[in-house]
Write a protein that binds this ligand. Structure first.
Ligand code: SF4
Length: 67
C-alpha cells in the first residue's frame, strides 16, 4: 500500500499527523508532507488518517504487483 495526497484538497488541518506522526509532517500553515509513503507496520494508523482527513485529501493505493 502507498499513501497518496491530493494537494489541491489538503488544507493543513494536521489530523493525519496527529493520527500517524511517523507518516506525515504538516508544517505550521502549510500542507502535508508524506514522510513515508509505504505505511508498513503503521497501516492501521494510515487508514485512520485517511478516514479522518477532513478534506478527504488522502488515499491509500494498492500498488502491489498483480500475480
Ligand atoms: S488531515 Fe488532510 S487536510 Fe489535514 S494536513 Fe492531513 S492531508 Fe491535509
Amino acid at each position: 500500500m502507498r499513501l497518496v495526497v491530493d494537494l489541491d484538497l489538503c488544507q493543513g488541518h494536521a489530523v493525519c499527523q496527529d493520527e500517524a506522526p511517523g507518516l506525515f509532517n504538516v508544517p505550521k500553515s502549510g500542507q502535508v508532507e508524506i514522510v513515508r509513503a509505504d505505511p508498513g507496520d503503521d497501516l492501521e494508523a494510515a487508514r485512520t488518517a485517511v478516514r479522518y482527513c477532513p478534506t478527504q485529501a488522502l488515499s491509500l493505493v494498492d500498488d502491489s504487483p498483480a500475480d
